[in-house]
Unconditional design. Sequence first.
Length: 249
Amino acid sequence: MDRLKGKRALITGGTSGIGLETAHQFLSEGARVAITGKNPTTLEKAQADLGGGVLSIRSDASNLADQKHVAETVREAFGELDILFVNAGMVELKPVEQVDEAAFDRNFAVNVKGPYFLIQALLPTFANPASIVLNASINAHIGMPNSSIYAATKAALLSLVRTLSGELISRGIRVNAVSPGPISTPLYSKLGLSEADLKTVAASIQSQVPVGHFGAPSDIAHAIVFLASDESAFTVGSELVIDGGMSNL
């Protein structure tokens, strides 16, 4: 299909999971794609997987100078930007008494501050019309224990969807969000848990999903394609919850 034919797209955190799958979907729909990643090895691997026509940019999502560099690189390569999918993020699950200031600052820097200032840096580059999609989470809604910082960062993104929608729509820029439930991605392997503990956590989470299994990255990527395309031209300031029914319990 060609729902994104001729469109220019940037995906942050595009080296694995939802970001990488979305890059594949964007390419299959005819878009030109740029991805960011912090790790040069995984960034190189993702570019090889996606093909030589993809622009890869090394970037630390928490670093404001890197966000300006990403914006400048995209502007030089594409001229204008039609689609931004803000996907780069991190998660640390800890009881509230174990959270220190460094962890608090680290999570908000990656999940909120970096995305905010990337959008700011890209404002002169966005085409009219353009679409911004933020990757939030059902954790902003369900009150899951040990997720206080992560959930707060995702709630902040959902707030940005509403406020930036009102501010940017006059420029032709639509802002929306996807809020995934548990998805089979490498994110869970970064929690620092042992293999046995990881399986226990996964089984506990899966038991709370009415459909009975984790989602796939493609489940989210298909929704992002919709929000990025002209099919969603009347969708502004919205959140698509894709969680197998988990948040309905």
